[in-house]
Design a protein around this ligand. Structure first.
Ligand SMILES: NC(=O)c1ccc[n+]([C@@H]2O[C@H](COP(=O)([O-])OP(=O)(O)OC[C@H]3O[C@@H](n4cnc5c(N)ncnc54)[C@H](O)[C@@H]3O)[C@@H](O)[C@H]2O)c1
Length: 431
């Protein structure tokens, strides 16, 4: 049985580990977060993935029970029999700066246990050039040479959270290797799970940069659509219908604007391009991506301004109002609140509004403004903001919610959620 280690057990690493385990591999997951490892080994996860009608919790418990999956806290504790490492530890961005410490420490730990013939596959999203310029030299502290003594490849991870299990199988795979043989070895391992087309690129850098621009172009597309949507609103036409009509063209794919662009991938993409562009002295050539990033970052403030204006029309000010928020995740039906515009909007509101309470049963993070009950959150509210949709929101009693809110309250709905549920006698504005 193939023995694999998946390093990093987050949104990507855990479902990826379980995908290999479901395909007859023995998988050792590694994560430095001791609490997370202990939770996972007890069969618990907050992730919202599912596959073939089984939740990730069920799949995790099945694979622990049949001894195909277990989690550890250190690479150094892995058994000798593991010969393939898949790395899913990311490079977070803090205030525009890339935090490479975690991924470098993975390389250093791996260098202490690499043996001849091993295969290392980096799947994290990285700065173009990172694998060859930074990751490889750290691995080679082992005394072994990539492309000669061990195999090193980069294969971008392209799945979307919420569809992870399905997309690990049917998302085309792109791979670059130090040598062609390295890429082939990575393909051999990864196609244990992936059944889609695979493409071996001429260089690792092609795959690294392709991954980043796949995300950056979505950031630009959304910024552009936000601007068209603003123009449509000023013209009195429905932006959503406008986009649907434009997308009937077979070569047009406008994305859906919402309360901002969030998550680990899209907002970080531009920042991954910056270091290499700076080094090459061509940062100004990325002005479109840069402007899109700034524009998308500004959407939460715009939404707060809309709330402020609507309150003013009612003779109220934000500082004296209570605002309720539904949805804190970075996208619908997700528990991921990393780089989440709904969280940013709520944080701005907590500073500017009299009171701000939020409801999101899927997000496990504890926030001072979060309520477990939607009814508690909306009590006496002057406005309700819908910032992302969660399953539980559809089964709430909206008659009761209306009664709990102030009589002149309004709803600002960035998700067109209130087209699905009914709440009488209240103004609903769609953003
Ligand atoms: N989340 C997505 O939808 C998505 C999609 C495509 C690509 N990616 C990329 O995949 C990578 C992982 O993303 P994610 O969302 O799973 O991140 P995550 O933060 O959920 O998971 C990363 C995990 O790595 C662990 N870690 C940190 N340092 C470690 C170390 N030295 N050794 C072992 N584990 C360590 C962290 O504790 C964390 O649990 C990133 O590069 C991201 O850009 C993510």
């Amino acid at each position: 049985m193939k023995e694999i280690s998946v390093i990093g057990l987050g949104f990507i690493g855990l479902p990826l580990s379980l995908s290999f385990a479901m395909n007859e591999a023995k998988v050792y997951g590694v994560d430095v977060n001791k609490e997370l490892v202990s939770e996972i080994n007890q069969g618990h996860t907050h992730h919202k993935e599912s596959f073939n009608n089984l939740t990730i919790q069920t799949i995790l418990n099945d694979q622990i029970r049949n001894e195909r999956f277990s989690a550890l806290t250190s690479i150094l504790d892995l058994p000798e029999s593991v010969d393939t490492y898949i790395i899913t530890v990311g490079i977070p961005v803090k205030d525009g700066q890339l935090v490479t410490g975690p991924i470098e420490s993975v390389a250093l730990d791996l260098s202490k246990r690499l043996k001849k013939g091993d295969t290392v596959i980096l799947r994290s999203t990285v700065i173009p050039g990172f694998t060859n310029e930074f990751f490889k030299p750290l691995l080679e502290l082992s005394g072994l040479k990539a492309g000669e003594d061990f195999h090193l490849a980069y294969a971008s991870e392209r799945i979307a959270e919420g569809k992870a299990f399905k997309e690990f199988v049917d998302m085309p795979l792109v791979i670059g290797g130090v040598t062609r043989k390295d890429a082939e070895k990575a393909r051999e391992a990864l196609t244990i799970v992936t059944k889609a087309d695979t493409h071996i690129a001429s260089a690792i850098e092609v795959v690294e940069m392709s991954k980043v621009i796949e995300n950056a172009q979505r950031d630009v597309n959304i910024a552009m659509v936000q601007q068209y949507a603003t123009m449509a609103r000023h013209m009195g036409i429905d932006p959503k219908e406008l986009i649907q009509v434009a997308n009937t063209h077979t070569r047009v794919n406008l994305l859906t604007p919402g309360p901002g662009v969030g998550g680990y991938c899209l907002p970080n993409a531009f920042h991954y391009l910056v270091p290499k562009a700076k080094e090459l002295g061509i940062l100004n050539e990325l002005s479109i991506s840069q402007e899109a990033r700034q524009y998308n970052d500004g959407i939460p403030d715009k939404i707060v301004k809309i709330v402020e204006n609507k309150l003013q029309e009612l003779g109220k000010d934000l500082a004296g109002s209570k605002i309720a928020v539904f949805g804190l995740a970075m996208k619908d039906f997700s528990n991921d609140d990393r780089i989440s515009p709904p969280v940013y909007i709520t944080e701005i509101l907590t500073k500017k509004a009299g009171e701000t309470r939020a409801y999101d049963p899927a997000v496990p993070t504890v926030y001072p403004f979060k309520d477990d009950s939607a009814y508690e959150a909306v009590k006496n509210a002057d406005a309700l903001l819908v910032l992302c949709e969660q399953e539980e929101m559809s089964s709430l009693d909206y008659k009761k919610i209306r009664e709990l809110m102030k009589s002149d309250a309004f709803v600002l709905d960035t998700k067109h959620f209130f087209k699905k549920v009914c709440m009488d006698d209240i103004n609903i504005y769609y953003f």
